[in-house]
Design a protein around this ligand. Structure first.
Ligand SMILES: Cc1cc2nc3c(=O)[nH]c(=O)nc-3n(C[C@H](O)[C@H](O)[C@H](O)COP(=O)(O)O)c2cc1C
Length: 270
């Protein structure tokens, strides 16, 4: 039951971590749970880099912050991801997916719904929001005691082939195990994703980590222990909602939605 409860309470950490280093024992435990994941033919195509070096973390933080500023300033972020944003609890309740932007800086609050329109982006620029968000992001990454790079072996990861899909699937399972385990260790985890959006910035991280030709850098995460009183970042969201059963599960065929609360039918006894 503890395992199931842990999985049901798994979440992404948007806020800061304690500056304390992550115990080596915990780092290795996370690597053990990662490799407990299933993989095609037990190929274990995943590779990980544990990053604690301050200079490397500061560099990745700078790249991440700059990427955030650029993505917001150019409107790229909102153009790409607008469809996931929800602005009211009612909207969230109805769709039960996406992220609810429920925390905005004071001057932007009256414009919640417009923030992601073209006019809103102009206003954000005037208020210096892209720079502020970039700086917030840089600080969050720089203040993380541990970064984790997730890579795939390119002899397995061949995009377009089934083994490419299998490799991504396996890495997803490995990362999910880490994501589930951090909660039990009093830790949190978040994607450092903005550099992935800009090929030159992603290349800069590849160079920093000296990724060889036979590996593909797939993702970077920040990790650390969770502080007691969590302060929220200036623009923040919540995404605890999940779809109702009938919105994502069907029975026997794709066209019969599964209903909530139906009892398991007792098999007929002879
Ligand atoms: C493939 C993938 C990409 C994601 N990218 C980001 C990201 O760029 N930044 C971020 O903070 N969270 C990212 N997340 C986390 C999701 O936003 C999060 O899982 C979702 O909103 C549900 O929230 P929860 O994890 O707290 O339950 C990503 C998750 C997945 C699986």
């Amino acid at each position: 039951m503890e395992l199931i409860e842990g999985m049901l309470s798994r979440r992404t950490t948007n806020g800061a971590f304690k500056p304390d280093p992550v115990a080596r024992e915990h780092q290795h435990l996370l690597m053990r749970v990662a490799q407990a994941a299933p993989s095609h033919f037990n190929s274990q195509p995943w590779r990980f880099v544990l990053i604690e070096d301050r200079a490397t973390i500061e560099q990745i933080a700078r790249i991440s912050g700059e990427s955030m500023t650029e993505l917001i300033d150019a409107g790229i972020f909102f153009e790409r991801y607008r469809r996931y944003f929800r602005f009211t609890p009612q909207e969230m309740d109805e769709r039960r997916d996406g992220i609810h932007i429920d925390h905005l800086p004071g001057p932007l609050k009256p414009f919640t719904r417009q923030v992601f329109s073209d006019a809103g982006i102009k206003l954000m620029r005037q208020l210096g929001v892209p720079r502020k968000l970039g700086e917030d992001n840089r600080k969050l990454v720089a203040g993380s005691p541990l970064l984790l790079a997730a890579l795939l072996d390119r002899t397995e990861y061949r995009p377009g082939e089934l083994s490419g899909f299998y490799s991504v699937f396996g890495l997803g399972a490995a990362v999910e195990n880490i994501w589930n385990a951090v909660g039990a260790l009093g830790m949190g985890i978040q994607f450092v994703s903005t550099p992935m959006e800009l090929p030159r910035q992603w290349q800069a991280i590849r160079d920093l980590l000296r990724v060889p030709d036979d590996l593909e850098l797939m993702a970077v995460y920040r990790l650390g222990y969770l502080p007691e009183g969590e302060k929220r970042p200036s623009i923040d969201w919540s995404s605890r909602h999940r779809k109702r059963l009938e919105q994502f599960v069907s029975r026997e065929t794709c066209d019969v939605p599964e209903r909530e609360g139906t009892e398991t039918e007792e098999p007929e006894r002879a």
